[in-house]
Design a protein around this ligand. Sequence first.
Ligand code: CMC
Length: 430
Amino acid sequence: MNKESFRLISPGGTETELPVHSGTVGPDVVDIGSLYKSQGVFTYDPGFVATGSCVSDITYIDGEQGILMYRGYPVEQLAANSSFIEVSYLLLYGELPTADELQKFDHTIRTHTMLNEGMLNFFKGFRYDAHPMAMLSAVVGSMSAYYHDTLDSSDPVHRDIFSHRILAKLPTIAAAAFKLNSGQPFIYPRNDLTYSENLLQMLFAVPAEPYEIDPIAAEALDLLFILHADHEQNCSTSTVRMAGSSGANPYSAIAAGISALWGPAHGGANEAVLKMLEEIGDTSQIDKYVAKAKDKNDPFRLMGFGHRVYKNFDPRATIIRDMAHKVLEKLGRADTPMFDLALELEQFALQDDYFIEKKLYPNVDFYSGIIYRALGIPTSMFTVMFAIGRSVGWTAHWREMIADPNGRISRPRQLYTGSPARDYVAIEKR
Ligand code: CMC
């Protein structure tokens, strides 16, 4: 992947040749690995706006064109033709499965859905109103205590078992957290159901009566999971890679990713969108809140708008917007005031100069929360749903990172602005 080099001239006139690497698509990268040795300087890029942290074969995003591809396949084609389980196989193993491979993989995931009974005891220790993301992170972290016998990261079989357990058990853990919050008994997984159907029955079934799975609800969840499955080096995935780069237990690395996802600037945005819509209240207040979002002295932002990478449109938002309409119409909830408000806010912001100039468009989280709300999933569970979809992306990146022969511990440097060296002052002299 080497190309011609990039020449850097220091203020003192010293020249350094930095290698340039090209990927299959996307901008070239300048390899600055030798810069400190040759020039004695670090690079500075807070938020990693122009920094590639790794080489990856998994996902490609072109933010200007609104392109998202998993292993080269456009997300639109996967959303239209595939299933979350097939996409998971693709992300983990690099190729679409044959019918036989898919059947075996699906069977493996279906038959790893149960939790160790001891793990359920954790839920007895949480307060009834604990946030489900906090429970998800804690219980996934606890998996390292349950599965230490199969945790040799250098063993590909162990890596597979880890990947399957994460994918299969996350819905069960998520549903247990939901049941604790709702005061209902835990519902065991059913391996005769598809991934999304099983999650729906674990969330909404009760022992007192039969539960009928709505096929539209299962279809919508499957689509959302496909769209959330991976997004290259986003905050939570980078967290998983960074935590994992020390050789840390992979379940703990996934737990760290879940914690990172929870933030409102990341996966927590879908929850924040609904809270924001509730705060705005009705369409008469849109002007006021858009003005607040534009006011530099007001910390308020329109949640569900803007993206670090997508500067024209979020391709996931385009796909999910259609599904949001389909779900609301089929469930007869298209005329709720909340949805009216969301649509009007979307139109208002799309035509507003500030949002146009700063290239702030609705992102996937603007619509995902609306779908979850229509399916009866409470706001506090929205980011948990995102985590279920993204878990396969985290796992694929952890696998890639751990198998990379050039992999090193992630250890960034800094621009130090603290005090220069000074002498210790005895307490009585301060
Ligand atoms: N409302 C109002 N102004 C905004 C918004 C917004 N939602 N987003 C960005 N801006 C403004 C921001 O004030 C800044 O203005 P200026 O140039 O005058 O200082 C400019 O746009 C650039 O913003 P930034 O914060 O420098 O951009 P970023 O790339 O660091 O942040 C973001 C991206 C997604 C964190 C941000 O747009 C945001 O906070 N959006 C709301 C939260 C949200 O919806 N997050 C979900 C992202 S999609 C799901 C995922 O991938 O996790």
